[in-house]
Design a protein. Structure first.
Length: 559
């Protein structure tokens, strides 16, 4: 049976409505106030995606208790989002609303549909209404998601935080959403973890398991008038966080100063932290997680610099088949990817706790698809594993993909390691072993969601197609040692940047391919972990046919 791998919070079961009691007080061409008598847990805000944002200041007893941006409906409701109004503990609230849309196109504010359709309810409907929602990838229950944040493992549970907009399915209101899993496959939605404050929106960051003090410490970028680094502490295994009173813990004059990745370094018996600053990475050290010492910077003359460097990670890993270890620095970049937009590059070298030294000058990509970004790993993963997740989209069109109830998913989990080829060391990417539990029986017809294992015999071509002529063509060229995926004939009318042929080096011969197909994605791996390629696809009807030339394919349904 196909399953949506998101367990919705039990409180979110059905939409019930009580219309707002009073008409809005129109105060000008773009300003209005709406008084709300609190009768239920949620105020259900009607959203129309084509409209500009409206800023809502929630006032209680004359004080602002929350500020958010929402694309309030003018003449059509695309969906609703819930604003928790019960948590303020007040019987009455005042919404101070500023609209930014052009009145020449939207008409008189008093006639906006949002006033009539703004409702209250004790529950909120998260029933899936999207044909492209993945069946076995992590997605938010509703709303927008981008970078994975703060991932860690503790007491048998994987914690995934993520950049989240709870008030719409386009980028805005950055908050840390939270999901948990015991197997990296089935995810349960949790309450919001870290919300915006006076220092700004909550951008990307990391968590560490501080075993000495039995706590989880989160580091994140507070993005207000400046980007500064803040921390928060959890005493209940990441369920809730208390922000550090001494925030911010790191500041800079640089405009792009973000995405802290902290980790314990046993080589120096201290904590290290890596920050993305413009087009370089900066390294810091600390004995107490609060006071950080700048150590060095890396970046000039190495890798791709066509965009801003973001979302770093740094880890020491073994090299397959040897007793050697090296360090790998992950550097996500936007734009500058090999096929346009955002992508993940990496550097191999040495790190002594103070300085990173790269051993190569060429640019290396972790995944050669177009929809693999913000890749980071779980802290404290079992058995020393380096388990990574990526955001499965691209900034060129992430806000335009053909979904509305939610936007974006994470990649399948991947285990990272190192391998050698022709005297050079590269990053290995292998589907995590937990994915094997999804394999059902082998079938002859292509299901909507499946894993395809292809035993390769030299150059091989695989064509996925449907009855209306849409197709994806994958080719392994044994002579050139490349793998390619052509999605130019997949549904792509929402963006001119979407049609693309992506090509990856294979660093030697491929013997077997593993291809994971979900409702809106195809992820292809060399079974030995020497090549990975992640691409979104949005066929108007599911692919029903698979034609393989030069190899033998086994299709496994997803349990």
């Amino acid at each position: 049976m196909k399953r949506l791998i998101v367990t919705m919070m039990t409180l979110m079961l059905a939409l019930t409505g009580v219309s707002a009691q009073e008409k809005p007080q129109v105060l000008g061409k773009s300003h209005a106030m709406q008084r709300v008598e609190v009768k239920s847990k949620y105020l259900l805000l009607p959203v129309q995606e084509r409209e500009d944002n409206a800023n809502i200041r929630v006032l209680a007893d004359g004080k602002e208790v929350q500020s958010l941006n929402v694309r309030l409906a003018v003449d059509k409701v695309d969906y609703y989002v819930p604003l928790d109004i019960n948590r303020f503990g007040k019987k009455e609230l005042l919404l101070d609303i500023t609209f930014y849309g052009d009145r020449r196109f939207t008409g008189a504010m008093k006639d906006f549909l949002c006033w009539k359709d703004m409702k209250q309810g004790d529950t909120f409907d998260t029933t899936n209404r999207e044909k492209f929602r993945p069946a076995y990838h992590h997605t938010p229950a509703y709303g927008w998601m981008n970078d994975p944040n703060g991932m860690f493992y503790k007491d048998g549970v994987y914690h995934l935080y993520y950049q989240y907009n709870p008030y719409g399915s386009m980028w805005e209101n950055m908050t840390w959403g939270h999901s948990t899993s015991k197997d990296l496959i089935h995810w349960e939605a949790q309450p919001l973890a870290i919300e915006p404050d006076a220092l700004g929106a909550i951008f990307s960051g990391s968590c560490v398991v501080d075993k000495k003090n039995d706590q989880v410490v989160a580091f994140y970028t507070s993005a207000g008038k400046a980007q500064v680094q803040s921390m928060a502490i959890s005493k209940d295994n990441g369920a809730t966080f208390e922000k550090y009173a001494g925030n911010p813990v790191l500041v800079s004059t640089e405009e792009d100063f973000r995405d802290p990745k902290a980790f314990w370094n046993p080589d120096i018996q201290k904590w290290n932290l890596v920050l993305a600053v413009g087009q370089e990475m900066r390294f810091y050290s600390s004995s107490n997680l609060k006071d950080w010492t700048y150590e060095s910077s890396f970046g000039q003359g190495y890798g791709c610099h066509d965009g801003v460097w973001e979302c770093p990670d740094l880890m020491k890993m073994p090299i397959r088949g040897t007793d050697k270890q090296k360090w790998m620095l992950i550097c996500n970049i936007n734009p500058g990817g090999p096929f346009g937009g955002s992508a993940t590059q990496y550097f191999i070298g040495e790190f002594d706790g103070h300085k990173f030294t790269c051993e190569h000058k060429d640019t290396r990509w972790m995944d050669y698809g177009k929809d693999h970004y913000a890749t980071v790993t779980f802290d404290n993963a079992p058995d020393g594993r380096k388990i990574a997740l990526a955001w499965m989209s691209n900034w060129q069109y992430a806000n335009q993909v053909p979904t509305k109830q939610f936007r974006s998913a994470n990649s399948v989990p991947r285990d990272l390691d190192l391998f050698e080829h022709n005297g050079q060391t590269y990053c290995g990417v292998t589907p995590s072993k937990e994915l094997n539990a999804l394999r059902g029986k082998a079938v002859s017809k292509l299901p909507k969601t499946c894993e395809i294992v292809v035993d390769v015999k030299g150059s091989t071509e695989m064509v996925l197609s449907n009855s209306i002529g849409e197709q994806v063509v994958m080719k392994y060229d044994a002579a050139k040692q490349t793998f390619s995926m052509d999605r130019t004939r997949s549904y792509a009318s929402f963006s001119e940047a979407f049609p693309v042929v992506t090509v990856a080096p294979t660093y030697g011969d491929i013997k077997q391919l593993r291809i994971f197909i979900d409702n809106c994605s195809i992820e292809a791996f060399d079974a030995e972990g020497k090549m990975a390629m992640t691409n979104l696809v949005f066929p108007n009807e599911p692919y029903q046919n698979l034609k393989v030339t030069g190899g033998k394919a086994t299709i496994y349904e997803i349990k």
